[in-house]
Design a protein around this ligand. Structure first.
Ligand code: NAD
Length: 498
């Protein structure tokens, strides 16, 4: 059966309503390039926003732990539907089976995190200078949250945002990537099972808007949506940021990365080779945290390149559903064009060590490319994020220079160092070390856990999602002062007697 039709069977089983299908966005599977039935585009965006605003009025009145109960039920439903949803991620985004399962596991993990959070939306009590006064800082629900998501994490990124937003008291509107509408519809069907069990959630608490970039633009411009959380390219982020800033809204941006690894002379090379393989070619190089630049100390660069070449030579590329395959397809022909152009240019600027070929089969399958750049500087090609499996390898002489090169790109998402030197490790993590939102020691740049705040600096957008105190972006901070005395003292000793 064509992969796109297989996806339809799963959607039917998950209870996606027949009304979801109709004139509109085409559906596709990158596994074999097959086209499925189109899904209906959302025509009336105005009423989606109006319903969300109405839902907010009711949802914010429920105690946060009760809101957490809905997310707990959603986590249960996700556990029950894990295999189906993961299979859909594989069919629609092309991820290998274990990564599809991993993506749904991430949704389950954020549910657990958010349920705990629903009892920990802590504020502060503050010391007032005025006698008989209490001061405190409280976090209040914010309002409808728009989640714009990218194709490469078609469901987890929504869950990172939605689970926090829901416990914080905010309804959610989701504009998924036009390349992955089926996984969004499936997730919504699973969420609705939790809603039915929950009972008293308002209508319109979570809605999906199926459409392209224009739908995202219309939603982002609407002042009834106080927070826009957008994940995707830096180009998209710049546009969304300007639209939202023009109406003084809040945006949370998770944009492109250009992630690096430094391999020091003392590094455990076995560990480093395995880390490179997963982070440079996993998800066929289509992760925001994919390893794209490698800086290896010149004393070990030769042997490291040899070991990497061997590893790259034996990489199983193919149908992501097949056991043992580690590299699935690129999302579409446009992704291949970008891959081809960058590999060809890379071969001119450096040496194409291994990979770069396209496999002769339906769908877009490529052999990940490793390009040796020697001790050259970083050109525009290297500074640009090509969303495909291309790794540029440099040799460095001293550690300060390696950190400098790592930081000398517009993006600032993820970074790592492999070293057994505590001095190098601590310098990397210091104020004059990595300038990224994520910095790891003896771990590749890819594959974050839910507990930590996720996001990056500079062209990556500055947003933080998921763990730590990322929830504060979804709430309104209020400073409250209560006078329980029979006097009216003014702050700073100001006298104003009438
Ligand atoms: P994309 O920017 O093409 O599209 C992302 C989403 O934005 C889609 O839903 C699209 O319809 C919407 N969109 C595009 N232009 C818009 C506009 N002007 N206004 C409103 N919405 C708009 O990205 P993509 O190709 O789907 O994803 C790949 C990119 O996403 C890469 O750059 C990758 O690094 C990045 N990404 C970042 C993170 C992160 O957490 N930092 C995570 C995943 C992906």
């Amino acid at each position: 059966m064509a992969a796109a039709n297989e996806a339809k069977t799963i959607l039917d089983r998950l209870g996606v309503p027949a009304a979801a299908w109709g004139e509109g966005l085409p559906t596709r599977s990158p596994i074999d390039g097959s086209l499925g039935a189109p899904v209906r585009e959302t025509g009336d965006i105005e009423s989606v926003i109006a319903r969300s605003a109405t839902a907010f009025a009711a949802w914010k009145r429920l105690p946060a732990p009760r809101r957490g109960e809905l997310v707990r039920l959603f986590g249960e439903e996700l556990r029950a539907a894990k295999n189906d949803l993961a299979a859909l991620v594989t069919l629609e985004a092309g991820k290998v089976t274990s990564e599809g399962l991993g993506e749904v596991q991430e949704m389950i993990d954020i549910c657990d995190f958010a349920v705990g959070l629903s009892r920990q939306l802590y504020g502060l009590t503050l010391a007032s200078e005025r006698p008989g006064h209490h001061m405190r800082e409280t976090w209040q629900p914010l309002g409808p949250v728009l989640v714009i998501s990218a194709f490469n994490f078609p469901v987890a990124v929504w869950a990172w945002n939605a689970c926090l937003a829901l416990v914080c008291g905010d309804p959610v509107i989701w504009k998924p990537s036009e390349k992955t509408p089926m996984t969004a519809l499936a997730t919504q069907a699973i969420f609705e099972r939790a809603l039915t069990r929950f009972g008293d959630a308002p209508d319109g608490l979570s809605q999906v808007v199926i459409g392209g970039r224009e739908a995202g633009e219309t939603l982002a411009a609407d002042a009834r949506i106080p927070l826009v959380s957008a994940t995707g390219s830096t180009r998209m982020g710049r546009e969304v940021a300007q639209t939202v800033a023009a109406r003084l809204g809040r945006s949370l941006l998770e944009l492109g990365g250009n992630n690096a690894m430094i391999v020091a002379p003392s590094a455990d090379l076995d560990l480093a080779v395995r880390a490179v393989a997963f982070s440079a070619v996993g998800t066929a190089g289509q992760r925001c945290t994919t390893l794209r630049r490698l800086f290896v100390h010149q004393s070990v660069a030769g042997q490291f390149a040899e070991r990497l070449t061997k590893a790259y030579d034996s990489l199983p590329v193919g149908d992501p559903r097949e056991p043992g395959v580690l590299v699935g397809p690129l999302i579409d022909e446009a992704a291949y064009d970008a891959f081809r152009a960058s590999v060809d240019q890379g071969a001119k600027e450096g040496v194409l060590i291994v990979g770069g070929e396209r496999l002769d089969r339906p769908g877009v399958y490529v052999k990940p490319a490793l390009i040796g750049m020697g001790t050259a500087g970083q050109t525009d090609l290297v500074k640009h994020e090509t969303f495909a499996p291309i790794l540029y390898m440099f040799a460095y002489e001293n550690f300060d220079e390696a950190i400098e090169m790592q930081n000398a790109v517009p993006q600032g998402l993820s970074s790592c160092v492999f070293t057994d030197s505590v001095r190098e490790a601590e310098q990397f993590l210091s104020a004059w070390g990595s300038d990224c939102g994520i910095a790891n020691v003896n771990i590749g740049p890819s594959g974050a856990e839910i507990g930590g705040a996720f996001g990056g600096e500079k062209d990556t957008g500055g947003g933080r999602e998921s763990g730590s105190d990322a929830w504060k972006a979804y709430m309104r901070r209020q400073t409250q002062t209560v006078n329980f005395s029979r006097d009216l003292p003014l702050a700073q000793g100001v006298k104003f007697d009438v």
